[in-house]
Design a protein around this ligand. Structure first.
Ligand code: HEC
Length: 202
């Protein structure tokens, strides 16, 4: 009798231990899975731009104004789409911005740009932040200047006509290969991470 009571108690302890262990894993994974997805989506986004820019480089024909416009605009559009699909806030940030919407938006983002500037080996980082009164994780990934970027981000006077006309506040020129161009950022609100996790489990 006593022996079977012990067995029940041990069994109950094991089950509740297993339950606790499982739920702590579930909690711990809430952010890493979202974060891993964000990291991957940003790599795709960066590859999209590099791919588009490289089609202009060494092109036999002079690029038309249409093909010229098809490099960094689509990156911004894709960032918006990723934000809507995932409940994230995805954007590009630069101290030397062409589109004023890409100016640093918080003291933290300015701080991260400075860290990327000081440390060329630093590719990405994430930290806990509060954005628009929401708690979450903000991921940052550096953007370097490649040779193919110079067609539009090189010397001020050699910028394409459409850039000169459409971006009167442009600061995104006079870059050299290897310079820090800016960064991508993804803010993942805690609530969103939890919702997504729940949806994945269904
Ligand atoms: C065909 C011209 C063109 C080429 C080539 C080009 N860009 Fe851009 N870039 C632009 C324009 C135009 C914008 C502003 C887009 C907008 O309105 O959001 C821009 C914006 C950006 C931004 C957003 C920050 C800001 O300044 O507004 C980044 C980052 C950027 N470019 C990086 C790059 C990189 C890296 C490359 C090379 C791999 C590159 N660009 C090649 C035209 C170009």
């Amino acid at each position: 009798m006593l022996k079977s009571l012990y067995q029940v108690l041990i069994g109950a302890a094991m089950i509740s231990g297993l339950f606790l262990w499982n739920s702590s894993i579930a909690n711990a994974q809430t952010e890493p899975t979202q974060l891993a997805k964000a990291v991957q989506e940003i790599e795709y986004l960066d590859a999209l731009r590099s791919g588009l820019a490289s089609t202009l480089e060494g092109a036999a024909e002079e690029p038309t104004s249409q093909t010229m416009k098809e490099v960094c605009k689509p990156v911004g559009m894709k960032a918006k789409q990723l934000s809507q699909e995932n409940g994230w806030q995805v954007k590009q940030i630069s101290n030397q911005y062409r589109n004023p919407a890409h100016a640093p938006d918080t003291p933290q983002s300015k701080g991260v740009l400075a860290r990327f500037e000081q440390n060329p080996a630093l590719i990405g980082l994430w930290q806990r932040e509060t954005l628009n009164r929401q708690n979450g994780v903000r991921y940052y990934r550096r953007i370097n200047v490649e040779a193919s970027c110079l067609a539009c981000h090189g010397a001020r006077d050699s910028r394409p006509q459409f850039v000169k006309e459409n971006y009167p506040q442009d600061l995104a020129y006079n870059f050299k290969v290897g310079d820090l161009r800016g960064m991508y950022t993804v803010f993942i609100p805690d609530v969103q991470a939890a919702l997504q996790e729940a949806a994945n489990r269904q």
